[in-house]
Design a protein around this ligand. Structure first.
Ligand SMILES: *Cc1c(COP(=O)(O)O)cnc(C)c1O
Length: 390
């Protein structure tokens, strides 16, 4: 008789976004006339950068003749992309192509990385948080110590008092939109070096950093190559959510971990598609960079509209400056799912309830800037009308 992994029963019953989807579906069924504005899920909407489209078209063409056909590629990614990443994203930071592992995205990597660590690790995860870190640790049977991120610590968490072994950090943060200063990130790196901990640093929103002096990579911090793994994705930076490509950096200085990840990926993964990797490479061309910057600027301008509108409603607002997410306190401290229901039911606007990201998210909601300007403006007007009436 087979036995299922009992840890699954410890997961919260449903993934946040499927809960939201079913509430939205219920509204559509009950009141099909409502035009719903989605400001909830973190998916991009602008078309892919033309440079990436062109590169992928050419890559598809290569499959049509025997001479240029590609079969299985290297599990850790093609050299052309590993090199482009090192030359553009990590110049001067001491990262080598062999430290970079290409994948189908950061969700898989941030989830799969738990395979490298043994039982008995104390895992510290910031709260509120991208649910993947939490759920994958629960599935693998680990206990989690939550690090509250709130206004008092600028949503960057307090450095732990005791010993923790594995630390998940994500900046600019999903869901709070908070960026971290080099000074604060240095404190985290110092803690990790002093305690022999590892930092798992998710930099999926790096491209949204516009203020100078904020670190784009943890490897800008001295000592980070000895204590940190960095995850990046082309999804939110270059619109690759449907194309699928990302990468993980495991510096040689981390010793065994680099080889173990190579072994793990070689065992369970057959590489990202050649086509996606050619598309990602094109993002680093001069035209590609320009096109990506334009798209990110568009989302950041949306975020500014959202920030301004929520602020004018008298709400506590953070994020939305170096991030596509705005994080706001609910009016009167209303429970975040109640606020979600109010926005959906009365305004037809979908936001993400903060409680879905952790205990500390209660009383907050997240608004995503990944829509059209028109939707963002209309969504904010509708929300304002609802708040004016309560
Ligand atoms: C969207 C997101 C990712 C995942 O990106 P993919 O590369 O599309 O899998 C990773 N981390 C955070 C925090 C995200 O919001």
């Amino acid at each position: 008789m087979y036995k299922i992994n009992p840890n699954f029963s410890a997961l919260s019953r449903r993934y946040l976004f499927s809960m939201i989807a079913s509430k939205v579906a219920a509204l559509k069924e009950a009141r099909p006339e409502v035009v719903i504005i989605r400001m909830g899920i973190g998916d991009v909407t602008l078309p892919l950068a033309p440079a990436a489209v062109e590169a992928m078209r050419a890559a598809v063409g290569e499959f049509s003749s025997e001479e240029t056909f590609h079969g299985y590629g290297p599990e850790h990614g093609y050299d052309f992309l590993r090199r482009a990443i090192v030359d553009n994203d990590y110049r001067g930071m001491g990262i080598r192509p062999s430290d970079v592992f290409i994948s189908d995205g950061a969700k898989s990597d941030t989830g799969n990385i738990v395979d490298l660590f043994g039982p008995g690790n104390v895992v510290a995860i910031t709260d509120p948080v991208y649910p993947v870190y939490v759920d994958t640790n629960i599935i693998s049977g680990r206990d989690i110590r939550y690090i509250p991120c709130n206004a008092a610590n600028s949503f960057t968490g307090d450095i732990p008092e005791g010993d923790v072994d594995i630390i998940y950090l994500c900046f600019p943060n999903n869901p709070t939109g908070a960026a971290i200063t080099a000074e604060k990130l240095s404190q985290w790196v110092r803690y990790a070096l002093d305690h022999g901990s590892i930092i798992l640093y998710d930099a999926a929103y790096e491209a949204y950093i516009r203020e100078s002096g904020l670190p784009h990579s943890i490897y800008e911090i001295e000592g980070a190559r000895q204590c940190a793994i960095e995850f990046r994705s082309f999804s939110k930076t270059a619109g690759f959510t449907g194309v699928r490509c990302g990468f993980t950096v495991i510096p040689e200085e981390l010793g065994e971990l680099n080889g173990l990840w190579e072994r793990r990926q070689g065992c369970k993964f057959n590489g990202a598609s050649y086509i996606s990797q050619r598309g990602a490479e094109a993002i680093y061309s001069p035209e590609g960079k320009k096109q990506v910057r334009q798209a990110v600027d568009y989302y950041l301008a949306n975020a500014a509209v959202i920030r301004q509108a929520l602020g004018s409603m008298g709400l506590e607002v953070t994020g939305g400056v170096n991030s596509p997410y705005v994080w706001a306190g609910t009016p009167g401290g209303m429970a975040s799912w109640d606020f979600f229901d109010l926005c959906l039911g009365k305004a037809g606007v979908v936001v993400t309830p903060g409680a879905g990201f952790g205990v500390q998210g209660e009383g907050y909601f997240r608004v995503s800037a990944f829509g059209s300007r028109q939707d963002v403006e209309a969504g904010m007007e509708r929300m304002k009308d609802v708040l004016d009436r309560i």
